[in-house]
Write a protein that binds this ligand. Structure first.
Ligand code: C2O
Length: 632
């Protein structure tokens, strides 16, 4: 085949899947729906993510105890009925709400037929690395039918976090929920900055089970014929979405019964804090509310002075709080909440969206007539919402976000380490080949019953070749460079820390180069999850005051399943000196096969490539992105 023909085919492919035309926004695709025909979602309680002013915010510590029963049920989150996972019968899972200084205790009962583990995204686990919930890194998984109690102090955190499964990509099945830490010293205060406080989860959804997708991605056949991560079938707001039942992608013959659109009832004439959490496995999302400006006041768990905007970009695992004024109408008025998939960073034939309804109510909580009882909003979207060609970017790439508790960049780093991440064909430690992702040329394999934390305790060091790590021995400051060597953007998360974002740049950078660079010294943004555009790097400054094994990975769950994970091992000597783990922790490993690899690596064979190579695709995509304002 001539190279010209290949080029033409690739361009056709990009045109058909990359969405070079403006995609339909939510309201344009809105169908006439007979509300009476919509099923009712029994699995999510819309009141459960309202933060009550009755919760006492205090510095007097207490123990907060939760019981999580993980199980399955049949449900139709977007109209398509399938098995899902639930926690205490809920989808998404329950809200955890604590004060700084509290001890959090969560008794997890795993009623699934597969192992499980729960991670507390963004919490530092200072002194309790073994409670971080990453099987193969900080614990052995909770076996099917087994239970485990997570117990750890919330020492120095405050803000919006979430919890989720860290076993395979099982969070995608429904094992996730919000985790809010109040703090008497939080510069953001109810009564002063806002009157009402809510959590809104936004995410993506597939009609296939996670295990089917993961097995496909690491198999020779790929999933849906490719090793590229799949596009979602729908988006969800608080677990509710709306499948396009007439799409050719909708499973033929399956019933389609979308639940009632999620309605968020807000008192009129108030300032409302909305804490958005992106729980998606593969979607950079854009959130807007018709007629309402969004004043950004929190990024991940850092209170910030941020911009007032019409549309909020939020990448996988990030959180943002915005404050809105509900002074745009009267009780009974309704407005669309729109969640759109950003498509410039995702090759998608069919951009997804979700709609929610913001309904004003009066002090008696009466919404008047309308909404899900009658009419839908008739509001129009802001005219300046991002189109399909607008690059996916973190908010701090377009605006300055200043932490309200100002801290300048830590000085005097003692170590600069780079993690370079790339797609390709990799030889795994056992000699097999895998097409997927690697960090510093190592595609992660999970020896799930031999957690790295325990190896460090046993051996005082970690020296294995199935995961890329850096070990730091001192209490001080570390610069982590993440080089994204692909043209594809990735959201990276570092466990156990909030890092200072001291530098972003095009291309890649070595430790030597970074040491010579001007970094952002004055009050850099602190967060725990960062969007790194394709072919660019970022420098994250971390204080190594927290001994433990801290995972660093892409939060696209499918990429994680394809090996995109490394780790920072902080102060092995202090890990050894502080092995204060309960015997229940060790019992999870007892009798398990230490050489077992799982769960992401069962069939390790070289997948089939499309006839054009991934590099070619990357190259072409890069050209397209450049033309559309890609920072280069
Ligand atoms: Cu949200 Cu490794 O985690």
């Amino acid at each position: 085949m001539s190279s010209f023909l290949i080029l033409w085919l690739v361009c056709r492919f990009l045109q058909s899947t990359h969405g070079l035309t403006i995609p339909a926004r939510g309201d344009e695709r809105q169908r006439d729906i007979d509300i009476g025909e919509r099923g009712n979602q029994a699995f999510f309680n819309p009141d459960s993510y309202i933060l009550s002013s009755d919760f006492e915010i205090t510095s007097v510590p207490s123990t907060r105890e939760y019981w999580f029963d993980i199980g399955t049920t049949t449900a139709n989150p977007d109209g398509y009925t399938r098995q899902i996972y639930t926690v205490n019968g809920q989808f998404p899972g329950p809200l955890i709400e604590v004060n700084q200084g509290d001890t959090l205790v969560v008794h997890v009962q795993n009623n699934l037929g597969t192992p499980q583990a729960i991670h507390w995204h963004g919490l530092f686990q200072n002194g309790s690395s073994y409670m971080d919930g990453v099987p193969g890194i900080t614990q052995c998984p909770i076996p099917p039918g087994g239970s485990f109690t997570y117990e750890f102090p919330i020492t120095n955190e405050g803000g919006t976090y979430w919890w989720h499964s860290h076993y395979s990509n099982d969070l995608q099945e429904g094992i996730y929920g919000p985790l809010i830490v109040h703090d008497t010293q939080d510069p953001l205060k109810r009564g002063q900055d806002y009157d009402e406080d809510r959590v809104v989860l936004v995410g993506d959804w597939w009609h296939d089970r996670t295990q089917v997708i993961v097995d496909g991605l690491i198999s020779s056949a790929g999933y849906r014929g490719t090793v590229a991560s799949p596009e979602p079938d729908t988006l969800l707001i608080n677990g509710v979405g709306e499948a396009n039942c007439s799409s050719s992608l909708y499973p033929s013959g399956a019933s389609c019964n979308p639940p009632t659109r999620p309605e968020i009832s807000l008192l009129a004439s108030k300032r409302v804090r909305l804490r958005f959490i992106n729980t998606a496995s593969h979607s950079h999302l854009r959130v807007s509310i018709d007629n309402h400006e969004l004043n950004v006041v929190e990024a991940d768990s850092t209170a910030v002075w941020g911009p007032t905007i019409h549309e909020l970009p939020i990448s996988e695992a990030q959180r943002y709080s915005v404050i809105i004024d509900t002074n745009k109408g009267k009780a009974g008025d309704k407005f669309w909440l729109r969640v759109n998939q950003a498509t410039a960073c995702q090759a998608t034939a069919s951009p997804q969206w979700a709609l929610g309804v913001i309904t004003y109510s009066n002090e008696q909580g009466q919404a008047g007539t309308g909404g899900n009882n009658g009419t839908w909003p008739n509001t129009k979207s802001w005219p300046d919402l991002g189109g399909s060609d607008q690059p996916c970017r973190d908010l701090d790439e377009s605006y300055s976000l200043y932490p309200r508790i100002a801290k300048d960049a830590y000085e005097q780093t003692f170590l600069t380490h780079s993690f370079s991440s790339q797609f390709g064909v990799w030889t795994l430690f056992n000699g097999q080949q895998l097409t997927g992702f690697a960090i510093n040329n190592v595609s992660y394999q999970n020896l799930i019953n031999d957690p790295i934390l325990e190896i460090v305790e046993r051996e005082g060091n970690f020296d294995r070749n199935y995961v890329s790590t850096v070990t730091v021995w001192e209490d001080g400051f570390l610069d982590v460079i993440i080089n994204n060597l692909d043209a594809i953007d990735h959201p990276f998360h570092v466990h156990g820390n909030d890092f200072q974002v001291v530098k972003r740049g095009a291309g890649n950078a070595t430790a030597e180069q970074v040491k010579e660079m001007d970094i952002r010294v004055s009050n850099p943004l602190r967060r725990d999850t960062i969007w790194i555009p394709g072919l660019s790097y970022t420098v994250l400054r971390i204080r190594t005051d927290n001994p433990g094994v801290w995972t660093l990975h892409c939060h696209i769950g499918w990429h994680l399943a394809q090996g995109k994970l490394g780790a920072i091992i902080v102060r092995p000597q202090d890990i050894q000196n502080n092995a204060a783990r309960p015997s229940s922790w060790s019992n999870l490993c007892a009798g398990q096969d230490k050489n077992a690899v799982g769960p992401n690596r069962r069939t390790v064979i070289s997948p089939r490539f499309p006839f054009w190579s991934f590099d070619t695709l990357n190259h072409i995509k890069h050209q397209v992105l450049r033309r559309t304002g890609y920072a280069d």
